[in-house]
Design a protein around this ligand. Structure first.
Ligand code: NAP
Ligand code: ZN
Ligand code: ZN
Length: 347
């Protein structure tokens, strides 16, 4: 077994604390990765606090992992020791279903194996995530990181980046398209940067004025604080595509109304409680409401390469592991500019 040190939630009520555990033996297709940086995604908080239903404890969260290969199994062919690599939200899938075969492993008919709070394909062994000094992962679920991108700013691409890139690819974001991003957090700021690099006209809809300057600095064409419902009157029918990253409950109808004819609002945030949707708002302009979750391995590598070519990195605040619980509190309070990333050398 491989010894690992990390931070874990022992129950849904307890703060995260130092925890030692074992990773599986290095299989013939496995890589052992020394983790350098691990991003804190809001999904880590939802799961560690059981906001999405019952979870597996002890839980080592973390699915935005950037590091260096330190050991390889005998049959590994895609990577070598010393390579810069990333691991995202899943570490396996059935590999046989139509979705896995078409590169949509994230939509595996037999469920992807999540990087943490899940069990490996044996149905028994718990998976432990990136709030740790190392991880053992099959090479087919690892991506390589371009040399020009700093590992600290890359880590959040592994979840936040792909979660925004994948729907933009699916809904064919192109120059001149009017795209709105709701919520300028970890996901939202990646969406802003990626949509701008694709040539879209990008509007940020944020729930306060606080992030206005940052939004413009990151390339936003327009910014609106949605604190006042009056704002929505001027935005009716304006956007072709809306990417909704909000982690808390909110009135979705106000935003649906800002879609143009045939426009689509894609749900990416997962507040936990169901939305209430006004049918009239949808059919009044043949609008669609859709959902999307992360992206498959092919898209994950494509997104990282796209970010390499366009020099796109996450804006990060690097923290020590001892700060994780405070980082959770600040993330929930929308007080993060724009992703906390843990320095994994300190575990
Ligand atoms: P985050 O960094 O906390 O960002 C969420 C943003 O939502 C905040 O920065 C804030 O933006 C806005 N917000 C928060 N509370 C709000 C409120 N009460 N009213 C209105 N807006 C509010 O979180 P994240 O890591 O980006 O994740 C966002 C959500 O996406 C989470 O629910 C997460 O679980 C989910 N997620 C989904 C996927 C997927 O595959 N679909 C992947 C990763 C994460 P402003 O301050 O600009 O308003
Ligand atoms: Zn995530
Ligand atoms: Zn499958």
């Amino acid at each position: 077994m491989t010894n690992a040190r990390g931070f874990a939630a022992l129950t849904a009520k307890s703060p995260l604390q130092p925890w030692q555990f074992s990773r599986r033996f290095l299989g013939i297709y496995d890589l052992k990765i020394e983790i350098h940086y691990s991003g804190i995604c809001h999904s880590d908080i939802h799961q560690a606090r059981e906001e999405w239903g019952s979870a597996i404890f002890p839980m080592v969260p973390g699915h935005e992992i950037a590091g260096i290969v330190s050991e390889i199994g005998n049959s590994v062919s895609k990577f070598k020791v010393g390579d810069r690599v990333g691991v995202g939200v899943f570490v396996d899938s059935c590999r046989n279903c139509a979705n896995c075969r078409s590169g949509d492993e994230n939509y595996c008919e037999k469920n992807m194996t999540a990087t943490y709070n899940d069990r490996e394909r044996d149905g028994l062994t718990p998976t432990y995530g990136g709030y740790s000094n190392n991880i053992v992962v099959d090479e087919n679920y690892v991506v390589s990181i371009p040399a020009n991108l700093a590992l600290s700013g890359v880590a959040p691409l592994l979840c936040a980046g792909i979660t925004l890139y994948s729907p933009m690819k699916f809904w064919k974001v192109r120059p001149g398209m009017k795209v709105a991003i709701i919520g300028l957090g970890g996901l939202g700021h990646m969406g802003l940067k990626i949509a701008k690099a694709m040539g879209a006209h990008v509007t940020v809809l944020s729930h306060s004025e606080n992030k206005k300057d940052d939004a413009y600095q990151m390339g936003a064409d327009d910014f609106y604080a949605t604190i006042s419902p009056e704002v929505f009157k001027g935005l009716k029918g304006k956007f072709d595509l809306i990417l909704n990253t909000v982690s808390a409950e909110h009135d979705i109808n106000l935003y649906l109304n800002t879609l143009s004819l045939n426009g689509t609002l894609v749900i990416l945030g997962l507040p936990g409680k169901p939305f209430s949707v006004n049918a009239g708002v949808l059919l009044g302009a043949r609008r669609s409401m859709a959902g999307s979750t992360i992206g498959g391995m092919r898209d994950l590598q494509e997104m990282i390469n796209f970010c390499g070519e366009n020099n796109i990195l996450s804006e990060v605040e690097i923290i020590d592991p001892e700060y994780i619980n405070q980082a959770f509190t600040r993330t929930v309070a929308s007080d993060v500019r724009y992703r906390f990333v843990i320095d994994a050398s300190k575990f």
